[in-house]
Write a protein that binds this ligand. Structure first.
Ligand code: DQA
Length: 147
């Protein structure tokens, strides 16, 4: 299987950015351990981070027909981007929405998501472990075809 992991704006600052909310691991460290986990399950994992909505949309389009599922942390675009929601729907690939922090325990503007109602699953508040949980769930669902 092929899995694409997408990370939205400011996640390149992981490790330095509000560590009380987002932890001390860098994005490179989190993605490295995720790749290792994917390899152990014979899954090919690629990842891409951008601060630009257009780049994220173009990357989603570029993966049309090329991946079995997407794991995405849209970051602040979660709460604003109809365009990214539409991009994901346009390629008909199941996706999992991940948030490092528990968005529901934070400011009201973080309680709404343009992605959750069309996501296969949503994980939040588990820290970087959330990416692993999403990957394991994705592998399980792809293998068992119970999707
Ligand atoms: C986030 C939560 C968002 O509200 C925020 O804008 C982020 C990160 C998370 O991973 O907890 O940038 O998606």
């Amino acid at each position: 299987f092929k899995v694409l992991v997408l990370n939205g704006p400011n996640l390149n600052m992981l490790g330095r950015r509000e560590p009380d909310k987002y932890g001390t691991q860098t994005l490179a460290e989190v993605m490295q351990s995720l790749i290792k986990c994917a390899e152990q399950h014979d899954v090919t994992l690629t990842h891409f981070q951008s601060n630009s909505e257009a780049e994220l949309i173009n990357t989603i389009h570029d993966h049309y027909g090329k991946v079995d599922c997407i794991i995405i942390n849209p970051a602040a675009f979660t709460h604003t981007s109809i365009a990214m929601r539409d991009a994901l729907l346009s390629i008909s690939v199941p996706f999992y929405e991940v948030h490092i922090s528990n968005v529901h325990a934070r400011e009201p503007f973080r309680h709404t998501s343009y992605f959750s109602d069309v996501a296969k699953g949503v994980i939040c508040g588990l820290g970087a472990t959330g990416y692993h949980a999403a990957l394991l769930a994705a592998i399980d669902q792809l293998r068992n075809q119970n999707n």
